[in-house]
Design a protein around this ligand. Structure first.
Ligand SMILES: Cc1cc2nc3c(=O)[nH]c(=O)nc-3n(C[C@H](O)[C@H](O)[C@H](O)COP(=O)(O)O)c2cc1C
Length: 350
């Protein structure tokens, strides 16, 4: 008994000291960010590298440290940190090329080599994306409701971006309703062309070209196992893409927006641009596809009001990471993440 107690205390103190170390790692990095904000770049970089010895730095920590060194003119140290950022999964090559903090490096041969290496890696990753999604595991969604007690005026008045959700699970009925509002078929007549993919929908679309694809990233939905699903408006179905819970990865792809981590499910929108640009060329790319997206996303916002749910349209994320985690097909470009959750009681009253 005594021995057990000693072991217990040893384990307790080991855990405690790890926790303390982890805390000071975070604290030091927060301090480094403050130095960065105050323009004290050398101090920020030195403190960050000191912190790295005590914790487990990720790609963003290395990247930010590279920025600080670059801003002090220390090219070598900046490049070393960039290499570590890449080793740890950094893939945002465009950001690296445009980031004003890295200006001093952008003409440098070593920097260009790093960019070339990264571009090669990205091409390889994109090459592994599928051309089409196999439609093997199909789930029929419950029939949506076409009526509710929420007037359209009330939904418009109450619509807000919500970033705070209750702990409640969602249900497959709620997911079904949300997907129907986003892109569900509302009119089909014999003889309608195949490119409509099921018929005319809840959202308007330029030339009825319907460029959007919608995925559900489910992590806590009753009667829908955690995983990734693609919505098929024709027949109101889901195709299973993955059986893994990707909530954490989605959160990381959204640059750590907490509401993505807290939501029991999220929609991810992508577009197959050629569906629209083949007909409308540049006007399709610059205007129509994103106009289509806005129509559909607004439907989701309004439907959320009537279901006492919350969502927010998220445009800030790492495109490539999102593409890879969803396993989008080769021609798709990601456009929005919309986390979904039940409202907290305090939000319902507003
Ligand atoms: C194109 C677009 C991109 C957005 N990106 C984000 C985002 O990345 N993260 C976020 O929390 N909110 C995002 N929003 C939500 C806006 O911040 C929000 O709509 C705005 O503050 C107005 O608030 P409201 O929607 O409650 O009226 C985005 C909205 C739009 C239209």
């Amino acid at each position: 008994m005594k021995k057990l107690r000693i072991i217990f205390f040893i384990i307790f103190f080991i855990l405690l000291s790890f926790n303390l170390l982890a805390q000071s790692f975070d604290e030091m990095l927060n301090e480094a960010i403050k130095f960065y904000d105050e323009g004290k770049y050398r101090k920020a970089a030195e403190l960050a590298e000191e912190a790295f010895k005590m914790g487990d730095p990720n790609m963003e920590h290395f990247y930010n440290t590279a920025c600080c060194w670059a801003l002090t003119g220390e090219k070598e140290k900046a490049l070393q940190n960039l290499e570590k950022a890449i080793e740890n999964g950094w893939l945002d090559v465009e950001w690296m090329q445009e980031d004003k903090d890295l200006e001093i490096l952008q003409g440098d041969e070593q920097f260009k080599d790093l960019i070339a290496k990264l571009q090669k890696r990205i091409m390889k990753l994109e090459d592994n994306l599928p051309v089409v999604h196999e439609e093997t595991a199909i789930i029929d969604l419950p029939k949506p409701n076409y009526d509710s007690n929420t007037s359209i005026e009330k939904a418009l008045k109450k619509r807000r971006s919500i970033r705070n959700y209750s702990d409640e699970s969602l249900t497959i009925e709620e997911i079904s309703q949300i997907l129907w509002s986003a892109y569900g078929v509302t009119l089909y007549k014999d003889g309608m062309p195949d490119f409509l993919r099921g018929g005319l929908k809840t959202a308007p679309s330029a030339g009825a070209t319907y460029p959007l694809e919608i995925y559900v990233v489910a992590s806590d939905v009753t009667d829908l196992p955690a995983g990734i699903y693609k919505y098929k408006p024709e027949g109101h179905k889901l195709i299973k893409i993955s059986a893994e819970n990707k909530r954490e990865e989605l959160y990381e792809a959204s640059f750590g927006q907490d509401w993505v981590k807290d939501a029991p499910a999220a929609l991810v929108y992508s577009a197959v641009f050629p569906r629209t640009t083949d007909r409308y060329r540049e006007r399709g790319r610059e205007r129509y596809v994103c106009m289509d997206l806005g129509h559909s996303a607004e439907n989701v916002y309004l439907q959320c009001v009537s279901l006492k749910m919350g969502t927010v349209a998220i445009g800030a994320f790492d495109d490539l990471k999102l593409k890879l985690l969803i396993n989008m097909t080769k021609g798709e470009e990601p456009l929005y993440i919309m986390p979904l959750g039940k409202l907290k009681e305090s939000e319902e009253e507003k």
